[in-house]
Design a protein around this ligand. Structure first.
Ligand SMILES: Cc1ncc(COP(=O)(O)O)c(C=O)c1O
Length: 396
């Protein structure tokens, strides 16, 4: 007798393993409070508060008027891939073949493709904790075992290359790196990257996904240590980057991956099997962003820098809170353990009592407990008011 069918449709087990970004949940609650008339300051969201530069917007409008309305090649239009390659060689001195650049709808898609290409039952994938929550979510979805690489406050949320290398086993398929990092603002030094790159030469079975989406948002003269600069790793290195943060283009959904030649065909097939191609007009706008004036980026980073100094100084004045100085991105990640609250209680009390949206450190992994993420992608007056309210509910 064949088994009788279930009484209702059955989702694949993998669907139940998907995680989420709880910053979006906080945003929904903040919006609900706003609708009730509450004055909410949002330091929970990870996107620049600046508009996309006008010359980039104009380029998209022109592309639409010029008739760029159809599908493009799945890996992106050639002039855009050439512009990406030229920009990377200009800024990093790295030799990038436009044929290895794959344009995708946002940085996340490169992450999704990389994890889908390497993750399956029996495989292990190493990812940063605390880190961008989608890494762990995708690893679990793929069926692979998530292996956290713990980032410590005492190390400025950088990593020790030997500690990372010690996590590698014969089952390791992929190592995910992120510098400058979300949620900590940590950035890995060139010296640690050199040591990691040298050590990885002893593990040729490990592919590397280097998420460099905040590469252009660094402070105090810190230089970006890109994995692209290690020629010996290039045949197993995927670099994730995009326009979202650098050019304030989160809603345009424009990202790219630099892939080893051997994997470009599979990546392009994944594109064909999912989104077909990125919005054509947005791709033309992407060229204008890379080839146009770059003072828009410098001005944004300068504004973030002033806010960074303000938020760190103010956080450190609050009893029970201490905050190291972030080196990059636009997040402060204070240690709030001294307040006696766990991260989630802190996040919820801050939102409900002070009207300030932040994100509990635990949204970024188990090792985010005791921390809270504040995005300083908000204007200075809002940041100052948010910190005043935070100090008030903590009894300063
Ligand atoms: C570390 C990191 N990688 C990737 C992304 C995804 O960027 P995008 O919006 O371009 O998909 C984000 C967005 O917050 C991020 O913080």
């Amino acid at each position: 007798m064949p088994p009788s069918p279930p009484s209702s449709p059955v989702l694949a087990a993998a669907a139940g393993r998907l995680g989420t970004e709880s910053a979006f949940e906080v945003l929904a609650r903040a919006e609900a409070l706003r609708r009730q008339g509450r004055d909410i300051i949002n330091l929970g969201i990870g996107q620049p508060d600046f508009p996309t530069p006008p010359h980039v917007v104009e380029a998209a409008i022109k592309a639409l008027k010029d008739g760029h309305h159809g599908y493009t090649p799945a890996n992106g239009i050639l002039p855009l891939r050439e512009a990406v390659a030229a920009d990377l060689s200009r800024r990093m001195g790295a030799d990038v073949d436009p044929g290895c650049v794959v344009i995708v709808p946002g940085g996340k898609m490169t992450m999704f493709f990389a994890v889908m290409m390497f993750g399956e039952a029996g495989a292990e994938i190493i990812y940063p904790d605390p880190g961008f929550p989608i890494y762990e979510s995708l690893v679990r979805f793929s069926g692979a075992k998530p292996v956290p690489m713990i980032l410590w406050e005492k190390d400025g949320f950088s990593f020790d290359a030997d500690e990372v290398l010690s996590l590698i086993t014969p089952a390791t398929r992929l190592l995910i790196l992120n510098s400058p990092a979300n949620p900590t603002g940590g950035a890995v030094s060139k010296e640690q990257m050199d040591r990691l790159a040298a050590g990885l030469e002893r593990h040729p079975h490990v592919a590397i996904l280097s998420d460099e989406i905040y590469a252009r948002i660094l402070y105090d003269g810190h230089a970006h240590a890109s994995m692209l600069t290690y020629p010996t790793l290039r045949d197993r290195l995927i670099v994730l980057d995009g326009w979202s943060k650098t050019y304030a283009m989160t809603g345009w959904r424009m990202g790219f991956g630099v892939w080893p030649k051997a994997w470009v065909e599979t990546t392009t097939r994944l594109a064909i099997n999912s989104h077909s191609c990125v919005n054509a007009a947005a791709q033309w706008a992407g060229i204008a962003a890379l080839e146009g004036p770059q003072d828009c980026v410098a001005n944004m980073v300068q504004a973030f820098d002033a806010r960074r100094k303000c938020i760190v100084a103010e956080l450190n004045r609050i009893p029970g809170v201490r905050c190291i100085v972030p080196k990059g991105a636009f997040y402060a990640f204070p240690n709030i353990a001294g307040t006696g609250m766990d991260s989630r209680t802190f996040q919820n009390r801050l939102l409900e009592e002070a009207g300030v949206a932040s994100t509990a450190g635990t949204a970024f992994g188990n090792h985010g407990e005791g921390f809270v993420r504040f995005s300083y992608a908000a204007d200075m007056a809002q940041i100052e008011e948010a910190l005043k309210r935070t100090a008030a509910i903590l009894g300063r």
